[in-house]
Design a protein around this ligand. Structure first.
Ligand SMILES: Nc1ncnc2c1ncn2[C@@H]1O[C@H](COP(=O)(O)OP(=O)(O)OP(=O)(O)O)[C@@H](O)[C@H]1O
Length: 247
């Protein structure tokens, strides 16, 4: 099957330093891909390249088998993707307004927007917040709005960079449960950068471990966690001291 996104012989350099060196990497339709690695390993940079938010120094990025390397990335391509970050970056306006924004920009008719926003408010359990100003939400509520805003445009790929990391444990667990169900029911392809093995173990079905700008191991999440290789074991074994599910 042709991958949705494929990287070929990618390097990314900044300030005369090689930050990423990735001969080959793919995102397949329907997968929930986790990306883990130590601080500064290059995870967020990789996510930005995969989402066409930044361009590599060398190499090709293919979308559905066709290279997208030259010039500006077309708006139609950008609009196939959504991204949710650790900070929800909500705008000064109601929750309804914030969730609707992607559809408003796409000039979707008002009645359709109303119906879709109601649907996503309900799925994320935040219908009661619709009229509240988004700047006055709790961290958990704000992240629900952030994810609903990302999902309402039905992205071909949802990119997530640490969306749960600032939440307290019970808030995180409840949101991850709801989120996992939504992703599964909508069959959304997702790429998830996280520092937290528990989150990655719970949510993802494939895992890539990146160390010093190189993908050192990738494969089905349980397998990578159970059988780290010589390049990933020091990183994963530290985690496994505190998270015994992944022995
Ligand atoms: N545009 C840039 N200019 C200079 N250095 C950069 C640039 N982009 C990334 N870097 C550096 O590249 C390295 C990888 O950064 P990146 O944010 O991708 O790592 P990360 O794995 O996401 O880190 P963390 O887990 O700490 O968030 C870091 O040392 C960062 O300082």
């Amino acid at each position: 099957m042709t991958p949705l996104i494929e990287l070929k012989n990618i390097t990314y350099q900044a300030q005369n330093r090689r930050i990423l060196d990735i001969p080959e990497f793919q995102i397949q339709e329907g997968e929930f891909l986790g990306i883990m690695g130590p601080n500064g390993a290059g995870k967020s940079t990789l996510l930005k390249l995969l989402a066409f938010l930044d361009r590599p120094s060398c190499g090709d990025i293919l979308y559905q088998g066709a290279a997208v390397t030259q010039g500006d990335v077309p708006l139609e391509l950008r609009r196939k993707f959504s991204i949710a970050l650790q900070q929800s970056l909500l705008l000064d306006g109601t929750v309804f307004y914030n969730i609707a924004i992607g559809l408003t920009l796409r000039k979707v008719p008002k009645q359709v927007i109303k119906e879709k926003v109601s649907h996503w408010l309900e799925l994320f359990g935040i219908s009661h917040l619709a009229k509240k100003n988004a700047l006055y939400l709790s961290g958990g509520e704000a992240q629900r709005v952030n994810l609903a805003r990302a999902m309402i445009v039905e992205p071909e790929i949802l990119f997530l960079d640490e969306p749960f990391s600032a939440l307290d444990f019970p808030t995180k667990i409840k949101l991850m449960e709801d989120f996992k169900q939504i992703i599964s029911e909508t069959n959304t392809t997702a790429v998830f950068v996280s520092h937290d093995l528990m989150e990655v173990h719970y949510l993802t079905n494939r895992l890539a471990i990146i160390v010093s700008g190189e993908v050192q191991q990738s494969g089905p999440t349980p397998r990578v966690l159970e059988y780290p290789n010589s390049s990933t074991q020091s990183f994963l074994n530290e985690w496994k001291k505190f998270y015994p599910i992944a022995r």
